[in-house]
Design a protein around this ligand. Structure first.
Ligand SMILES: [Zn+2]
Length: 498
């Protein structure tokens, strides 16, 4: 039940003395007010114009005729001499200023309403298309909805003024305790969500990496179940990448709809799930949580040159380490872990084997060109292939190296050279470099080609027996194994002998 219970209207005054004359940076001052009826924000910003157009986004607002512009009103634009400039709406998400303003700073004011925070608001029927939400205490805002902008590349600062009891959770750089954020591109600031209001936030810090967890709208959010699991996952992932760099991440959960869905952003993730996290569905919700956080590094910090051809690697490796983080930390049982692997194997088999599917001619490289149609190739074949790579590296190096060495290398290289993007060809070269063996054959057969991986031999090398039949896949720990197989099994899965 949504409930607006505060009668007080908070008013704040900003100082604009330093709005202008700030070379190359732009600042948005966003002031939130809450009344009995609604929540509103007024924005005052300075922007340097690179062309004559102002934009607003629509991600998550597809149900609205005008995208996020539907919630914007009272736009006023002035130049440095305080002259009001004429603004013309030319498209759903676009305005043009009919004056000579290119390379000049302008001052812009507008108001934002948040209809989804109204007590009687109803989402349009059909699948949930936005991660916006309000439970009477906290409001999840797609940050894109707050910015009218000219360039997503501009270095941007955001200052909030909010009612005294409110807090703000963001994945952005926090510059002071006074709700000042940014010194980041507007792209990063806007391709995220933030939470604002009076709610509970859990802060988890691990190796310089700081993560906030917010659950809104659940009667009992079961924080005692989710918090320790979240902590273990975060610790696991920071260790995989040997993360030293300062990082911020925000994870938000709220209930809606009939089934679990989620939306990933550059530094945040929203889980939309009818029920609060519970013991009974741990493998499901903990795995998707782990998967999304892993993308902060792989997919986020480590970026591919060619999105489509790298999808199997990015998603497969992410899913593999999501699964592994759960078994290595005893978040799920051995059987629950085997169930996850078995599911990937069944679907990989379905994708690649001759069971009448049309996909047996599609290589992993090609599958990314249609992610939704070749979903199984990307996620399940990708996971099995990433596991094969890990086992192969370990076997070739007497278990002294692993896929984690490859990920650490990719991470360090992208940290040292921010513009650097990896290719699959380079990933294969790194495998050859790490192991001292030639991986060309592997690439040609299983990545660029359409051969089925030698599953039995592969699992055997990691001390597991796998039985694949038309009725399913069964995995169990091998009884007779040599010391190397035992060490590999322990290192990858953390599985110990009974
Ligand atoms: Zn993913």
């Amino acid at each position: 039940m949504k409930n607006v219970n505060s009668v007080v209207i908070f008013m704040y005054l900003f100082s604009f003395s330093n709005l202008f004359g700030s070379n190359g940076k732009q600042t948005y001052n966003i002031e939130f007010t809450k009344s009995l009826k609604e929540i509103r924000a007024s924005v005052k910003a300075n922007i340097t114009m690179r062309n004559d157009t102002l934009y607003i986004g629509e991600y998550g607002a597809w149900h609205e005729k005008e995208g996020w512009a539907s919630y914007i009103s009272d736009i006023k634009v002035r130049n440095k001499n305080d002259k009001e400039l004429e603004l013309k709406k030319v498209d759903r998400l676009k305005w043009i200023i009919h004056e000579d303003i290119i390379d000049r700073e302008i001052y812009i004011e507008y108001k934002i309403s948040f209809p989804y925070a109204l007590p009687d608001f109803k989402w349009p029927s059909g699948p949930r298309s936005t991660a916006s939400f309000y439970d009477g205490k906290g409001m999840v805002i797609q940050s894109e909805s707050m910015f009218i902008y000219n360039s997503l590349e501009s270095n941007t600062y955001v200052n909030f003024a909010v009612p005294e009891t409110w807090k703000i959770s963001t994945p952005w750089n926090e510059l002071s305790n006074n709700h000042e954020y940014g010194n980041q591109s507007l792209k990063f600031l806007s391709k995220n969500v933030i939470v604002i209001g009076n709610y509970k936030e859990i802060l988890i810090e691990e190796s310089n990496f700081s993560s906030k967890l917010v659950l809104l709208g659940y009667k009992n959010p079961n924080l005692e179940i989710i918090e320790p699991i979240y902590r273990k996952i975060l610790k696991h992932h920071t260790q995989v990448f040997n993360n030293k760099e300062k990082g911020n991440y925000l994870m938000v959960w709220f209930p809606d709809g009939e089934w679990q869905t989620g939306e990933g952003y550059l530094g945040s993730y929203v889980v939309i799930k009818p029920q609060a996290p519970s013991e009974s569905h741990i493998p499901f919700w903990a795995n998707s949580m782990s998967h999304e956080i892993f993308h902060y590094w792989l997919g986020g910090k480590i970026d591919a040159q060619n999105w489509a051809e790298s999808q199997w690697f990015s998603e497969g490796t992410t899913e593999l380490f999501a699964n592994l983080s759960l078994i290595r930390n005893n978040i799920i049982s051995e059987q629950q872990f085997f169930n996850l692997l078995q599911k990937h194997l069944v679907l990989y088999q379905h994708f690649r084997y001759k069971w009448g599917t049309p996909y047996d001619i599609i290589s992993l490289i090609e599958a990314g060109s249609n992610k939704s149609e070749y979903n199984i190739a990307i996620y399940d074949a990708g996971t099995v292939t990433a596991l094969y790579m890990d086992i192969l590296i370990r076997t070739q190096t007497n278990n002294t190296k692993s896929l984690e060495d490859l990920l650490k290398t990719l991470y360090i290289e992208s940290m040292n050279d921010r513009g650097k993007k990896y290719t699959i060809e380079y990933v294969i070269k790194l495998c050859s470099f790490i192991t001292g063996e030639d991986w060309t054959d592997f690439y040609e057969k299983y990545i660029n080609g359409t051969e089925f991986l030698p599953i039995y031999e592969m699992f055997k090398k990691a001390g597991l027996d796998v039985i694949i039949s038309q009725s399913g896949v069964h995995i169990k720990k091998s009884k007779k194994i040599n010391p190397l197989q035992r060490r590999i099994r322990k290192s990858i899965f953390g599985l110990i002998d009974n």
